[in-house]
Design a protein around this ligand. Structure first.
Ligand code: ACO
Length: 318
C-alpha cells in the first residue's frame, strides 16, 4: 500500500509588507533585502487571526481540490512553530473549525522542516493501514515571534499556510523519504523564550546566526537530496521540480548549483511571501500546481531545513 497527494491548497493573509515599508522603521533598504534574500514582500496576519485560521483556509482549499469531504478525513497533522496556544494543539483547534468530530489530530514541531516531517508521518500511518487518508497542513504566523526592531531577522519572515490531502493508493506517490535532526545546533536558530508562572522568561523572538544557518542549510539541502534520490533509486536528472523550504533565494540557488540541477527545475516563490517556515513548502507546491507548472505524474523532491537543526526530504510521484 502507498500514499499519494490528491489535492493541495494554500492561503496568504491580505496585508502585504514590502521592503520599502521596512525601510520606514528599521535601518535597511529594498536593495539590501533583495540582494541577500531575494525577498520583496511578505504577508502579515491581522492580530485576531491565528495559525489555525490560516491553516483552515489552506485546508479547505486542499479538500476542495481533492474532492474529499472534511468529515471523511481520518488524520490531521499541523506542522507549526507558532501554535494558537500552548494547548490544545492547533490540529485540534483546526479540526473543530472544519467541523470534524472524530479523527486523529496532532501537531508536529520541526520548525521549517515541519511539513516534510508531517508528510512522512502521515505516509507511515497510511502505509500501516491505520488510516486511509490524511490532511497535512503547514501554518505559521511568524509576525508574532519577530522583533520588528531587529533588521537582521524581521525582514526575512512572513505569515501563511499550505496544505495537502494524502490518500491511500495502489500506485506509489510518496516514494522515499529521509529525516534528520541534530540538536547540538539548537542555539544557531531559536526563539529562546517560554512561559512560567504567568510570566515570559527569556526572549520570545526569532534569533539566529545568519551565516551559520546559511552554511548549514546549503550543505544539508544538497546531502539530503542525494540521500533521498539514492533511496528512491533515482538521479538528479529524474527531478522535475525541486521544492526546497523557501528560506531565501541565495540558499536555494546555491543548492541547485551544487546539485547540477537546471535552475528552471527550482520552485521558488519566496520573493512574494518571505520565509513562512513550516508553511513554505506546501505554499510553493500549491502555487506551482495552480499555475499549471506541476502536473500529475511529475517527480517532485521536497527538502526542508529548520531550527534544531532539523532536515529532511521526500521524493514524490505527484
Ligand atoms: N538591512 C541592512 N543591513 C543589514 C540587515 C538588513 N535587513 N541585516 C543585517 N544587516 C547588516 C549587518 O548588521 C551587517 O552589518 P555590519 O557588517 O556593519 O556588522 C551586514 O549587514 C552583514 O551582515 P551578515 O549577517 O554578515 O550578512 P550576510 O551576508 O550573511 O546576510 C543573511 C545575512 C541574509 C541573514 C544571511 O546570512 C542568510 O541568508 N542566512 C540564512 C538565514 C536564513 O535564511 N534564515 C531563515 C531561517 S533558517 C531556515 O529557514 C533554513
Amino acid at each position: 500500500m502507498f500514499s499519494r497527494i490528491i489535492g493541495t491548497g494554500s492561503y496568504l493573509p491580505e496585508k502585504k509588507l514590502t521592503n520599502h515599508d521596512f525601510a520606514k522603521f528599521v535601518d535597511t533598504s529594498h536593495d539590501w533585502i533583495v540582494e541577500r534574500s531575494g525577498i520583496e514582500s511578505r504577508r502579515v496576519a491581522p492580530k485576531d487571526e491565528y495559525a489555525s485560521d490560516l491553516g483552515l483556509r489552506a485546508a479547505q482549499n486542499a479538500l476542495c481540490n481533492s474532492g474529499i469531504a472534511a468529515g471523511d478525513i481520518e488524520l490531521i497533522i499541523v506542522a507549526t512553530t507558532t501554535p494558537d496556544m500552548i494547548f490544545p494543539s492547533t490540529a485540534c483547534i483546526l479540526q473543530s473549525k472544519l467541523g470534524i468530530k472524530d479523527c486523529i489530530a496532532f501537531d508536529v514541531q520541526a520548525v521549517c522542516s515541519g511539513f516534510v516531517y508531517a508528510l512522512n508521518i502521515a505516509d507511515l500511518f497510511i502505509k500501516s493501514g491505520q488510516v486511509q487518508n490524511a490532511l497535512i497542513i503547514g501554518a505559521e504566523v511568524y509576525s508574532r515571534i519577530l522583533d520588528y526592531s531587529d533588521r537582521s531577522t524581521c525582514v526575512l519572515f512572513g505569515d501563511g499556510a499550505g496544505a495537502a490531502v494524502l490518500m491511500k493508493s495502489d500506485v506509489p506517490g510518496l516514494i522515499a523519504s529521509k529525516l534528520h535532526a541534530d540538536g547540538t545546533h539548537k542555539d544557531k536558530l531559536s526563539v529562546p523564550g517560554w512561559l512560567a508562572a504567568g510570566k515570559i522568561i527569556g526572549k520570545p523572538y526569532v534569533q539566529m546566526d545568519g551565516p551559520a544557518v546559511f552554511k548549514f542549510a546549503v550543505k544539508a539541502f544538497e546531502e539530503v537530496t542525494q540521500e533521498v534520490l539514492k533511496a528512491a533509486n533515482k538521479k538528479v536528472i529524474d527531478i522535475d521540480w525541486l521544492i526546497p523550504h523557501q528560506a531565501n533565494t541565495r540558499i536555494m540557488n546555491a543548492t541547485v548549483k551544487r546539485l547540477g540541477l537546471p535552475l528552471e527545475k527550482l520552485v521558488s516563490t519566496v520573493h512574494h511571501h518571505g520565509n513562512t517556515s513550516a508553511a513554505s513548502i506546501p505554499l510553493a507546491m500549491d502555487e506551482f500546481v495552480k499555475n499549471g507548472n506541476i502536473k500529475k505524474g511529475d517527480s517532485l523532491l521536497l527538502v526542508g531545513v529548520g531550527g534544531g537543526f532539523t532536515w529532511g526530504g521526500i521524493f514524490i510521484n505527484f
